[in-house]
Write a protein that binds this ligand. Structure first.
Ligand code: C2O
Ligand code: CU
Length: 702
């Protein structure tokens, strides 16, 4: 544990450095959360605290920007799931004190935990990171900067936005209970045949919520016909010019002792792992044996436009794939992902750099998914339109490569390279191996310029991260997803811990010890070289802005009403499905997720941006705070690669090529798009239900 504390310290120091560097580096078109002059900036309400002077204190004012610490992820969170921010204080009017000073503090609302954030003065001061669920921010006048707790007078104070959700008053409760009859009526409008959804741990629901049902027809693949049993996946290693076959077909799968009818590629879970060399070209002969049309989209691969896989395939199609980038990619259908991908249609593509040496003792390529199962069958999907259209469909069984309870045995001291892909419909994961050191090496389309130690990996739907993990002690180390849930009704955060698997290290030491190499953070010169031509575009003003928001109509009264309570605070990431009934019952007919171009007023598929091939484009993604239900969106662009330049105005000091980026609630993310691949492409949210509920647009490169 000492090790992990040291890592945390080092991270903190790095974050502070990068942040200060970022602030002093004047960036044209940069945004700051506490700058009210930026209309399409980060949410003032979520990322800024206005400080209030204590009674009797005059002429002093200030605000605190809650900056997202820079790092390999666009969301900062501790291994156990607490949001982390770096407070940056902007203060004016603090009177000079004779020999004394001012000190900033953060304390939990119950005052059971207090941290000293540092000395402050008039002007801007960057303070120590805070990772409390809710906190009060205080500035006290002290005789010495070295005090360990506040002794002097409090001069300014404020509260984190996360303190806002309180248990609602009795009126809201009686409303929830009394209107249940009304909700029942809506239930009758809902189609029959829906089972009850299992309710997540730690969440309180009202009777009126419990009565909600989706107003679409329940759909599951047929259970009656005899079907082959699915197998775990094989590895296909096609050479340059070779042809492989993929078939989408029904299979029977047994998960935790329960048997389901699901979809598969080649009868396998996940689909075959396709391993190829960078620069090669292959053909994929695809046959669809399903009753519904489907397609295969080759996520992240900069292939020829005609083979992007967004068009329906009812019987057969041959895809030609070329692989210009080394990295970990994946494939999945692009028709009703909320059904087809969730039922098992996904697989990885590992593109290797010829001749590259991997500094690890072994590799593990893991696809992660959360499946929503009821009793005895899966929870059905919406036939006409997706259920769970608000927050997306969160599952209750975690699968690693299609099965629960991932197991790996290693020797003590082994370095394992993990390639992680999140194939979930909606869930963002916060993964760690408590007790083992972990470093991030690469992401979607290639390595970072510099490797980085991390406490955990934030993995949004469709994102990939490559990690090296060393298991230096004999014994078991779990792979866990640790997040904070939010009980909206009682306004309280609670821990959620899911164990996805266990790695067991034996007593015998590994033969080839890579410990020394592992201990150093390396630079990747190849990445740095590919970035050189793009550096001069980093500071330009955005060429395009896209606002992420939603519209609703005809939602049940109880949903409308209760969601208003929820809107007083949005967590940067909705880690768990904590409003299960309202979310489940919302369909694509009532909820329309929207991409809006503020320059033209156009929305979703009416937007058609035109870019010149070879002219990099800076795009600002603005996640609107005032929306009915603000939440994170993993935004994916087809056919190209991009750099994540800044989050809420804080520049990213360690770049890597990506194809999917998580935009936190109320946040602003700037990306630089490499417009190298001609064609007509899609940009969309990768939460399957958001995509099915409209959240997509197109752009042309020529
Ligand atoms: Cu992986 Cu258009 O998606
Ligand atoms: Cu979304």
């Amino acid at each position: 544990m000492v090790g992990s504390r040291r890592i945390a310290k080092a991270l903190e120091a790095l974050a502070l450095l990068a942040l200060t560097a970022g602030i002093s580096q004047a960036q044209s078109g940069a945004v700051r959360p506490c700058d009210p002059a930026t209309p399409l900036g980060p949410s003032h309400d979520l990322y800024c605290i206005e400080l209030v002077p204590a009674p009797g204190v005059a002429g002093v004012s200030g605000r605190v920007e809650l900056a997202i610490p820079p790092g390999p992820f666009t969301v900062a969170v501790t291994a156990d799931g607490h949001s982390r921010c770096i407070p940056v204080a902007f203060l004016t009017g603090l009177p000079a004190t004779k020999g004394g000073t001012y000190v900033a503090w953060a304390a939990t609302p119950q005052m059971d935990s207090l941290i000293r954030l540092g000395e402050v003065k008039n002007g801007r001061v960057t303070l120590r990171p805070i990772d409390f669920d809710k906190f009060n921010f205080l500035i006290s006048s002290e005789r010495s900067a070295r005090v360990r707790e506040p002794h002097g007078r409090i001069v300014l104070r404020g509260q984190s936005p996360s303190t806002r959700p309180f248990p609602p008053d009795l009126l809201e409760f009686s409303l929830g209970a009394a209107r249940s009859g009304d909700a029942m009526d809506h239930g009758e409008h809902g189609k029959s045949g829906w089972p009850m959804v299992p309710s997540p741990r730690g969440v309180t629901m009202l009777p009126s919520e419990m009565a909600l049902r989706p107003e679409v027809t329940p759909f599951l693949p047929p259970m009656d016909e005899p079907l082959p049993k699915a197998d775990s996946h094989e590895v296909l290693r096609p050479e340059d010019g070779e042809i492989i076959d993929l078939d989408a077909e029904l299979v029977r799968r047994t998960i935790n002792g329960q048997t389901y009818t699901m979809y598969s590629y080649n009868g396998q879970y996940p689909g075959p792992l396709i391993e190829v060399s960078r620069g090669s070209e292959i053909m994929v002969r695809f046959t669809n044996h399903l009753a519904d049309a489907t397609s295969i989209h080759w996520h992240g691969i900069r292939l020829e436009n005609a083979f992007d896989g967004v068009d329906e395939v009812s019987d057969a199609f041959t895809y030609m794939l070329r692989f210009p980038d080394a990295g970990i990619f994946w494939y999945h259908p692009h028709i009703r992902e909320d059904i087809q991908q969730a039922l098992g249609l996904y697989g990885n593509i590992l593109v290797r750099q010829p001749g590259a040496k991997i500094p690890a003792n072994r590799e593990q390529i893991l696809m992660l998914q959360d499946l929503l199962v009821g009793d005895p069958d899966l929870i059905p999907f919406g036939r006409e339109s997706p259920t769970h259209a608000l927050m997306g469909r969160f599952g209750n069984v975690f699968l690693v490569n299609g099965q629960p309870g991932y197991r790996l045995s290693v020797r003590r001291g082994e370095v394992v390279r993990f390639y992680l892909t999140n194939a979930s419909s909606a869930r963002t994961l916060n993964l760690s191996f408590p007790g083992a050191r972990m470093k991030v090496v690469a992401t979607d389309a290639g390595p970072f310029e510099r490797e980085a130690w991390v406490e955990s990996v934030v993995l949004a739907p469709a994102e990939r991260y490559v990690l090296d993990v060393r298991f230096d002690r004999a014994g078991a180390v779990p792979l866990v997803n640790q997040v904070r849930g939010l009980d909206h009704l009682f306004g309280r955060f609670f821990p959620l811990v899911d164990t996805l698997g266990v790695v067991t290290a034996s007593r015998d030491p590994v033969r080839r010890d890579l410990g020394a190499r592992f201990a150093t953070l390396r630079r990747n010169r190849a990445t740095t070289r590919t970035l050189e031509p793009y550096r001069r575009f980093v500071d330009k003003a955005p060429d395009q802005t896209l606002v992420l928001t939603l519209q609703t109509h005809g939602l049940p009264f109880v949903t409308e009403r209760l969601m208003q309570l929820d809107s007083i605070y949005f967590a940067p990431v909705e880690w768990a499905g904590t409003m299960p009934m309202m979310n489940w019952a919302s369909t694509g007919e009532q909820v329309r997720w929207v991409l809006k171009d503020p320059a033209t007023g156009l929305e979703n598929m009416d937007i058609a941006w035109h870019f010149h091939r070879g002219d990099p484009v800076k795009i600002r993604l603005v996640n609107e705070r005032r929306a009915f239900h603000g939440m994170q969106h993993p935004i994916h662009l087809h056919g190209q690669r991009f750099l994540v330049l800044a989050v809420n105005g804080v520049p990213n000091a360690d770049l890597a090529w990506k194809d999917t980026v998580l935009v936190p609630a109320g946040g602003v993310v700037d990306i630089l798009l490499d417009t190298a691949n001609p064609g007509n492409w899609m940009l969309h949210c990768h939460i399957a239900e958001h995509l099915s509920a409209g959240m997509m647009m197109q752009f042309t490169v020529n």
